[in-house]
Design a binder for this molecule. Structure first.
Ligand SMILES: Cc1cc2nc3c(=O)[nH]c(=O)nc-3n(C[C@H](O)[C@H](O)[C@H](O)COP(=O)(O)OP(=O)(O)OC[C@H]3O[C@@H](n4cnc5c(N)ncnc54)[C@H](O)[C@@H]3O)c2cc1C
Length: 536
């Protein structure tokens, strides 16, 4: 852990602007924001640079005020919504964490089918409220606890319902962005036009979605997003209802809603089936879990987890992982028709399909609640070591590339690391994947579990191998484009940051990784082959 300093005057200014209880430089409190034994933390260690202060703004005006104070005092600011990943922690020693947990507002426009959310309205809260009105929304694989706004504006956004409800950023219908200087608020999409509402991301105000997102979002580098419009979709059946206590709530069955679990003997037939399932626009939820993920999700203790590993209950049933599909139809006829087509495709391609009820009630509840609310992926992530991460390659890819290029690289690395006992034996093929918009394209990642407090716990070697393999196989490293264009891409990302934050107020991860070009040199990008090709 490293320590920076904040002057008494600066913390006083923050307290005067936000209220005495909403700005603190207390080392005990700041330390809480520097520990994360999770994704990325496994690579870098569990302690991150300690922020010099933490602030809790509650309005757009307070966010602006805090940004102005940071700028004036030479401090950096890091937005933090639900803080589910390490990139929401400080990366510098002079950073103020802007924890947005007091900004919880949710506003629903039923007629036009959208919701307007603030940073700490979670994906789950939005979903619960809109389901009462016959609407539904995408919950990304991070689960219902994560911020919908953060996922839509700043950070990734993929999950099993991407198949029918797209990735979080594609549902983003306009934003309010506090620019890093704390002087201007930029409204993109229809909110940019007074009284137009939040219905459209592509104008009449400026449409800057591509610039806002890049590959997976700017991770807090562009300023602080304070409001965002989210597209909603129809939900034909009753609101989802659960009873009982964690981890296995009992969810009530839903009309015209079914689940199926399917697996194939080899990747060729699996790919063929996935292309056909997408092209038929059949399923609402579509994601793959490895057998290890079932053990992690369905066990209630590490003892039970180990007994599942030893019995091989999931490893023997579907050693090559299993896909979950859901069908949420508007009437019984549509439901039966979609199930029949799904059965035929799985049959034609040599797969096996079961009703997950046959896996037992616990496994069924895991599958059911994950398909609707993304509930159990994070349980799987933190069992059994309490920590996880992913080796590269981790990417958005075509179905063939996922299974025939990325997955073998991931599995080879994991097998070796498991053999050395550097990471836990969660079965080497624990690849998680989801597909987008009934297309040929999807997201895959290869999670592993590690306990850095254990003597042999070590994952750097796996990272190094993944990084070396990606250029050789010409695959993206961590969502970035093909290595050939990576330099150009990075320079554009950096240029956008320079335009929005010339004074470097934001605690920017982009600024740290793409530090190659100064602003005046960036115009040279016009000469790059990539750019010339686009002009032709
Ligand atoms: C177990 C686990 C599973 C995950 N699975 C998935 C998955 O399947 N799909 C997926 O897409 N992601 C996944 N993630 C990654 C990530 O947690 C999600 O993308 C999540 O939705 C982001 O929301 P958050 O509230 O966690 O954001 P935070 O952790 O608070 O922030 C994420 C990034 O966005 C920035 N940010 C946050 N709020 C703002 C704001 N208001 N303005 C500007 N910048 C902001 C932060 O600075 C940070 O860099 C997973 C993470 C974990 C821990």
């Amino acid at each position: 852990m490293s320590f920076g300093k904040i002057s008494k005057e600066a913390i006083k200014e923050l307290q005067d602007a936000l209220g005495e209880n909403n700005a603190s430089a207390d080392p005990g409190l700041c330390a809480v924001y520097s520990y994360m034994n999770s994704m990325g933390g496994s690579l870098l260690g569990v302690w991150f640079p300690m922020p010099v202060a933490v602030v809790l703004p509650s309005t757009t005006e307070e966010v602006m005020a805090a940004l102005r104070i940071c700028k004036k005092n030479g401090l950096k600011a890091k937005p933090h919504s639900s803080g589910w990943i390490v990139l929401a922690l400080s990366m510098s020693q002079d950073c103020v964490i802007m924890d947005l947990r007091r900004m919880t507002h949710l506003e629903i426009n039923k007629e036009d089918g959208y919701a307007v959310v603030e940073p700490y309205c979670s994906a789950g809260e939005q979903q619960v409220e809109i389901m009462k009105l016959g609407l539904n929304s995408h919950v990304n694989g991070a689960g219902p606890n994560a911020s919908n706004l953060a996922s839509a504006t700043s950070c990734q956004g993929s999950g099993g319902t991407s198949q029918s409800m797209s990735n979080s950023e594609r549902n983003c219908l306009g934003v309010e962005l506090c620019l890093p200087n704390g002087e201007e608020v930029l409204r993109m999409g229809s909110p940019g036009t007074p009284n137009a509402g939040w219905f459209c991301g592509d104008g009449p105000g400026p449409s800057l979605r591509g610039m806002m997102r890049g590959a997976i979002g700017s991770m807090g580098s562009h300023g602080v997003y304070t409001r965002c419009g989210m597209k909603c979709y129809p939900w034909y059946t009753k609101p989802f209802h659960c009873e009982g206590s964690p981890p296995f709530f009992d969810a009530r069955p839903l009309a015209n809603y079914s689940l199926r679990t399917a697996f194939w003997p080899d990747y060729d037939s699996e790919c063929d089936a996935l292309y056909r399932i997408g092209e038929s626009e059949l399923t609402d939820y579509c994601a793959r879990l490895g057998p290890g993920a079932y053990e992690e999700a369905a066990s209630t203790s590490n003892e039970e987890y180990m007994s599942m590993v030893e019995s091989g209950i999931y490893r023997n049933t579907f050693p090559k992982g299993a896909w979950t599909f859901s069908i949420a139809a508007s009437c019984p006829e549509e439901h039966d028709c979609r199930i029949n087509i799904l059965e035929k495709i799985v049959d034609d391609t040599g797969g096996i399909m079961i009703d997950p009820v046959d896996l037992g009630n616990d496994a069924f509840q895991v599958v059911f609640q994950t398909a609707i609310r993304g509930c159990y992926i994070f349980k799987a992530a933190f069992m059994p070591t309490g920590s996880w991460s992913c080796f590269p390659p981790m990417s958005y890819e075509t179905i063939d590339n996922i299974w025939k290029v990325n997955q073998p690289v991931n599995c080879e690395i994991k097998k070796d690391m498991i053999a050395k006992e550097a990471i836990s034996d969660d079965y080497y093929d624990n690849v998680y994947a989801s597909l987008d918009e009934h297309s040929h394209f999807g997201h895959d990642e290869s999670p592993y579990h590690i306990d850095l407090w254990e003597d042999k716990g070590m994952d750097l070697e796996g990272y190094a191998r993944g990084i070396m393999e990606t250029p050789r196989k010409k695959i993206p490293l961590l969502y970035s484009p093909m290595p050939k264009n990576m330099g150009t891409y990075g320079k554009f990302i950096r240029k956008i940051c320079d335009l929005l934050d010339p004074d470097r107020v934001m605690d920017s991860i982009v600024g740290k990784f793409f530090i190659t070009e100064s602003l005046d040199k960036i115009d040279e990008l016009e000469k790059e082959p990539f750019r010339q090709k686009a002009k032709v």
